[in-house]
Write a protein that binds this ligand. Structure first.
Ligand code: PEP
Ligand code: CO
Length: 447
């Protein structure tokens, strides 16, 4: 293919995997056209701030916490669920900030995380074959022909739900809800109620002492906005390229193109072919971008991906999110770290300990073991330590709700507990308490 200049539509000249089969392509085009007239969801300047903060992560001066839903739902769309998800992420961030001793950059998988890549385009039940569920931005999960038919009007609903979610997140994070003293108080409550409380008390008490010391020195939320408000960014997998194209706008300040659907977008493990449409699209937007890196990626693949997505070798531009599986991370990750380091690129390296550790139980529940999740993170830290690179962050699927989707954690959820509150539409998420368990365990690894 001859090199053509990048435009928000140039992805259309490349093979695009994982796109729905819209029954009426004209209706899809009309929705994309309409979306392109609607206001941006985020501003270019905010995406630039995130890029600068991620540059700090790349240089080993900050840590990334990227967390949120596997797939947001049009039905489970409630203020309290958004608040509780944010609350858990803020709580985790306080533990990680203290343990890592560096700022934690907080990025939600939220306000746009609707589209799901699928291993098969269709699903068969009792001899009936229907299109696979691809997330609420495309179709519905019920196994009927009507529900599974891709409906482009869902793109507009996703846009509007993202806008209201962002509005609430902005209010919560700038309106006092994120006050450090309050978040610490929630953590104290968690530690008191946890079966592993004794184990976590050490870190919690140290944070308590640090806060008292700061208070005694006259530093508190009343006079320090940094203790009272947080910067919280949004992200999702840029999967449905028509949607992303519609929200890509030229920044009036710099003349550069930004995808204003989120501060950061990433390309998934299934759509990261170098000459594919997703990589073409991401290569031209100036947002910070991510790429999932699974066990099949070779060192050559990853360096080529860096060259394509970050030709200027700009720290903060590219986050490589590795998801190898707890058993393979020790073998597979070091050669990638060495090769990228030798190439002169300085990406953020983040560990997704979820997607390489999924399995299905005998009774058909897709799940993950807390211990495997923790082990992959430990392996990720060890690999970086051995190579001399910075383990920049973690990327997890979670909810604030008390769901029973992943096994283990301090409350020791068993396979028999899974049906009790199994609510995910796609992958199993850590519940609120498991998420905090994980933050304290990662805190121990960092401390
Ligand atoms: C995801 O993050 O939900 C996902 C599908 O991940 P991956 O592309 O790594 O499989
Ligand atoms: Co997932």
């Amino acid at each position: 293919m001859t090199e053509q200049a990048w435009t928000p539509t140039s992805w259309r000249n490349h093979p695009a995997g994982q796109q729905p089969d819209w029954p009426d392509p004209g209706a899809f085009d009309a929705v994309v056209k309409h979306l392109s007239t609607l206001p941006p969801l985020v501003f270019a300047g905010e995406a630039r701030s995130l890029r600068e903060q991620l540059a700090q992560v790349a240089r080993g001066q900050a840590f990334l916490l990227q967390a949120g839903d596997c797939a947001e739902s049009f039905e489970a769309f409630r203020a309290d669920a958004i608040r509780d998800k944010l609350k858990v992420i803020l709580q985790m961030a306080v533990v990680l900030t203290y343990s890592a001793g560096v700022p934690v950059v907080k990025v939600g998988r939220i306000a746009g995380q609707f589209a799901k890549p699928r291993s098969s385009a269709s699903e068969s039940v009792d001899g009936v074959e229907l299109p696979a569920f691809r997330g609420h931005i495309v179709n519905d999960i019920a196994f009927t022909a009507a529900a599974r038919t891709p409906d482009p009007s869902r793109l507009e609903q996703a846009y509007h739900q993202s806008a209201s979610t962002l509005n609430l997140l902005r209010a919560f994070t700038k309106g006092g809800f994120a006050d450090l003293a309050q978040v610490h108080q929630w953590n104290q409550d968690f530690v008191r109620a946890s079966p592993e409380g004794d184990r976590y008390e050490g870190i919690a008490n140290e944070i308590e002492r640090a806060l008292r010391f700061m208070h005694a020195c006259g530093i508190d939320g009343a006079n320090q906005p940094g203790l009272h408000e947080v910067d919280f960014y949004t992200s999702h997998e840029a999967l449905i390229l028509g949607y992303e194209e519609a929200l890509t706008r030229r920044d009036s300040l710099t003349g550069d193109f930004y995808d204003t659907s989120a501060h950061m977008v990433w390309v998934g493990e299934r759509t990261r072919e170098l000459d594919g449409a997703h990589i073409e699209f991401l290569s031209g937007i100036r947002n910070p971008i991510g790429a999932k890196i699974g066990p099949t990626a070779t060192a050559t693949d990853v360096v080529a991906l860096c060259d394509r997505l970050d030709p200027d070798r700009e720290p903060g531009r590219l986050t490589l999110i590795t998801r190898m599986g707890s058993e393979r991370v020790a073998d597979l990750l070091p050669p990638l770290l060495e090769a990228v380091d030798a190439s002169g690129h300085l990406p953020v390296w983040a560990c997704d300990p979820m997607h390489g550790n999924t399995f299905t139980t005998a009774d058909g529940h897709k799940t993950r073991r807390f211990d495997d999740i923790e082990a992959e993170i430990a392996g990720f830290f060890a690999a970086h330590r051995s190579v001399g690179t910075w383990p920049g962050g973690v990327h997890v699927e979670l909810t604030g709700d008390a769901v029973t989707e992943c096994l283990g954690g301090a409350d020791d959820i068993s396979a028999a507990d899974l049906p009790e509150r199994y609510e995910t539409m796609c992958d199993p998420r850590l519940n609120g308490r498991q998420s905090l368990d994980l933050a304290f365990r990662v805190g121990e690894l960092l401390h």
